[in-house]
Each structure stands twice: as C-alpha cells, then as structure tokens.
Write a protein that binds this ligand. Structure first.
Ligand code: GAR
Length: 211
C-alpha cells in the first residue's frame, strides 16, 4: 500500500472517508500518521479510533512558517512516509512553504470545497453560496506555493439552490469531497497520474481488465 500522511485542522470527515475506503479495500494506501495543527481537532479522535498514529503540531508555537513546516516534515518522515508517499491535506487550514513542498515534491494534494479557480480561501462554500452561483463543487489539486492553485486532479459539481446558504451547500459539497479525495489518492496509488504543467493526465486503468 501507498504510505500517506493526512493533515487535518478540524472535523476530519475527509480523513474518515479515506479510512473507510482503505478498510473497504477500495483504496490501496496506509495512513502512517495524522497531523493536526489544532489540539482539539475531531480528526485526531477519528484517527485514534482506528489505531492510526497522530501528531499535534501547534503552528502558534513556532516562530516562522518554515520552522513549523520543518517540524511537520520530520514528523511525517518519522512515521514512515517516504518522499514517494503522499501527503493529503484534508481540511488543513494552513498554507505550506517550499520547505514542505520540496520534501514531498509533487506528492502533496489538497481538497478544496469550491470549483477552483473560483472561491479560493477558507470560505469556499459560503462564498459560492453568497455569490449566487448555480453550480458549486469541490476540487482535488496538487499543492504548490500559491494558495489553492496547483494542477487540478479531479473536480465534482453540485447544483445550488438560490439562497440556500453556505452551510446547506457546504454539507452537499462535503459528501462529494468524500468521494473525490479517496479517488484521487487511489489514482496516485496506482501511479496513474502524470503532470504536464497545469494538466494532469489520467492513464487508463490496468486493473480488472481480465475476466
Ligand atoms: C472541507 O470542506 C475541506 O474541503 C475544507 O475544510 C473542510 C474540512 O472538513 N478545506 C478548506 O476549506 C481548505 N481551504 P473535514 O475536516 O470534515 O474533512
């Protein structure tokens, strides 16, 4: 299985979706560590419930973004995630620096609750709802130095109801997130993604072709 680290800051429902897919045999990965920058993140409890090692690193205790990122790199490496493994940001509400990205080059992915490049930032769902868009959704993308910017791996869309508000829309987007993030990770586990600038190509599956 592909070694992965999952970074969380909160509820960890996307982490749960990854755990559930692994346990169902649909995602060929092993979560080596869950890292949180919040001590009370529910995601930590979810990890412990499944006997997954956890680390809490409080960004407030570091004097620069770089030193915080170095500590994260160390924690992730110690857990057994190699540079060939994958780091999944699943509701991790911090930007990472090149210190982090260079340690896991091309192997860091993020889930964002909007159809990028629309509505980047920390309120993607409510920004989309307030804007009055007719279609919203989520994006899994490779992470680069710019916020919510790297090459897109997969997106999924939902129709919006006028005036339904960010919470309602957000919960429907979240259900989609729980499908696309494990899907993107499985593609990585199968080594099916190639990146050419902004373009992520998906190689055909070689699995299940024989009867
Ligand atoms: C998810 O909706 C995720 O897309 C979003 O935070 C939520 C975390 O939920 N991430 C961002 O907004 C990143 N800018 P979860 O903790 O239940 O997975």
């Amino acid at each position: 299985p592909m070694p992965i680290a999952v970074l969380v800051s909160g509820g960890g429902s996307n982490l749960q979706a990854i755990i559930d897919r692994i346990e169902a045999g649909m995602l060929d990965a092993e979560i080596k560590v869950v890292v949180s920058n919040k001590a009370d993140a529910l995601g930590l409890t979810r990890a412990k419930n499944h006997h997954i090692p956890t680390r809490v690193l409080l960004h407030t205790e570091f004097d620069s973004r770089e030193s915080f990122d170095e500590a994260m790199v160390q924690a992730i490496r110690e857990s057994g995630v190699t540079p060939q493994g994958v780091v999944a940001m699943a509701g991790f509400m911090r930007m990472v620096t090149p210190v982090f990205l260079n340690a896991f080059k091309g192997r860091v992915v993020n889930i964002h609750p909007a159809l990028l490049p629309s509505f980047p930032g920390v309120r993607g769902q409510s920004d989309a709802a307030d804007y009055g868009v007719k279609i919203a959704g989520c994006t899994v993308h490779f992470v680069d130095e710019k916020m919510d910017h790297g090459a897109v791996i997969i997106q999924a869309a939902v129709p919006c109801q006028p005036g339904e508000g960010g919470d309602r829309l957000g919960s429907r987007i979240l259900r989609l997130e729980h499908r696309v993030l494990p899907q993107a990770l499985q593609w990585l586990a199968e080594d099916r993604l190639t990146v050419d600038g902004r373009f992520v190509h998906l190689k055909p599956s070689t699995r299940n072709l024989a009867i």
